[in-house]
Design a protein around this ligand. Structure first.
Ligand code: ZN
Length: 323
């Protein structure tokens, strides 16, 4: 009987069942244990490069409007494989299903779609993300904006990966940071380590964190033809003495770097999303795994972030009147 079990316990049991009874998932998780990983440092920040062939489905996903319209949505229940089971979760802004992601990056990797086919948008759902992070406190929750690495921009979803894997989560306490704003029990910082356009919210209150998040969201530009600012989000909760949430927001200016589209030698199939920005860069192709070095990663991070003047403007807007 599953009734009465915590969501966390249900998820552990779900993994056991799916890895044993769903060959594709079982194979991909076993293969993950053997993938090659390399460690590098970007300005003192430790990052990993993971050669993960199964992730080609996401990195090479066609996410233009026409391709999305022509494919069957893989997050809608009627199109999911019959063998894939889910755990229902009722949030404040939506109802979700917690699924085992069959194309893992993390040793434990979840996809958490809304039950209805509704476009990817964080506005109004950040509170749900915090609630999920609190319930799934062995995981880091993440959100990829519709043009920031989500392979289903037409279907609202979060993902989650086990803690102890992403450098950003493990380094959170030692980041160089500048306080920008305070709201009750929540603080907003600009992060100086690693990449441009990184912000951090630390909070022991869901409501206060939401207010600061809304503040950030509202000062970011929205590009023509799009429905939200370009961003990636990581959130996790430490439940030791009452809940304490960490949220890292990566502000973006570009979806895929030029090298993604380049022909020949210059081509690198790396489509940056939350996990990459969190410090684990995924290369589905071996040629790229061998070729990618610190200089190239720095170029990619530099290219996808807004220019320094734009970040300065955002910081000034967040500081104004809030400290
Ligand atoms: Zn769908």
């Amino acid at each position: 009987m599953e009734e009465g079990l915590s969501i966390s316990m249900k998820v552990r049991r779900l993994f056991d069942r799916q890895l044993a009874g769903w060959p594709q998932a079982g194979d991909n998780y076993r293969a993950l244990a053997g993938v090659e990983t390399r460690e590098e440092r970007i300005g003192g920040f430790p990052v990993k490069i993971q050669f993960n062939p199964a992730r080609i489905v996401s990195s090479a996903a066609k996410v233009d409007t026409k391709s999305i319209k022509e494919r069957k949505c893989f997050l809608c229940e009627e199109n999911r494989p019959a063998v894939q089971e889910g755990i229902d979760y009722e949030g404040e802004a939506g109802n979700y299903t917690i699924l085992v992601n069959p194309f893992p990056i993390f040793p434990r990797h979840l996809t958490i779609p809304d039950k209805s086919h509704i476009k990817q948008q964080i506005r109004g759902r950040y509170g749900d993300m915090l609630d999920l992070a609190r319930l799934l406190d062995e995981y880091v929750l993440f959100y990829n904006g519709p043009r920031c690495g989500a392979s289903a921009p037409d279907h609202m979803h979060f993902q989650a990966g086990n803690k102890g894997f992403l450098p950003m989560e493990m380094m959170a306490e030692s980041l160089e940071k500048e306080l920008l704003a305070r709201e009750g029990e929540a603080e907003l910082f600009a992060v100086g380590t690693y990449a441009r356009g990184v912000f951090l919210i630390e909070s022991s209150s869901r409501e206060d964190a939401e207010k600061l998040f809304e503040g950030v969201y509202s000062v970011l530009p929205v590009k023509e033809g799009e429905w939200e600012p370009m961003l990636n989000i990581l959130t996790w909760c430490v439940n030791a003495e009452g809940a304490r949430w960490y949220t890292v927001i990566f502000i973006r200016d570009k979806h895929r770097p030029a090298c993604y589209f380049a022909q020949g030698e210059e081509n690198i199939l790396l489509s940056p999303a939350s996990v990459d920005l969190g410090g684990v860069f995924i290369t589905p192709l071996e040629k790229d795994f061998r070729k990618v070095d610190v200089a190239r990663l720095k170029d990619i991070l530099d290219e996808i972030a807004p220019p320094a003047e734009e970040i300065g403007r955002i910081k000034a807007a967040l500081k104004r009147g809030s400290l």
